[in-house]
Design a protein around this ligand. Sequence first.
Ligand SMILES: [Zn+2]
Length: 107
Amino acid sequence: MSAPELKPCPFCGGEAEATNYVIEASVACKKCDATITKEHGQYDDTGYDAAIVAWNTRADLCDPTQDERVRALVKAAEAQLDYMDMCNDAGDLERNLRAALRALEQG
Ligand SMILES: [Zn+2]
């Protein structure tokens, strides 16, 4: 079995590792021990895939920059700010919005 593709830990950025046990499976961060555990089904070991999906889903939810819709919104807001710049200085509103967009892009 090849190693599953696991996203970095959403809490510390550490590397994650999936482990299959008899009655359950888990994905855990090697650095901070954040863990997701899923039980296997009665007749199969579906917990392994379920734990991997849950881990990667949480990582996406904690990192909005992975969401295409968020990226599109940031791009549109930046274009609007650039247009506003040509007309006049929007002051604190513009500076605050640009800072929020930068923070979002950098995660
Ligand atoms: Zn971690």
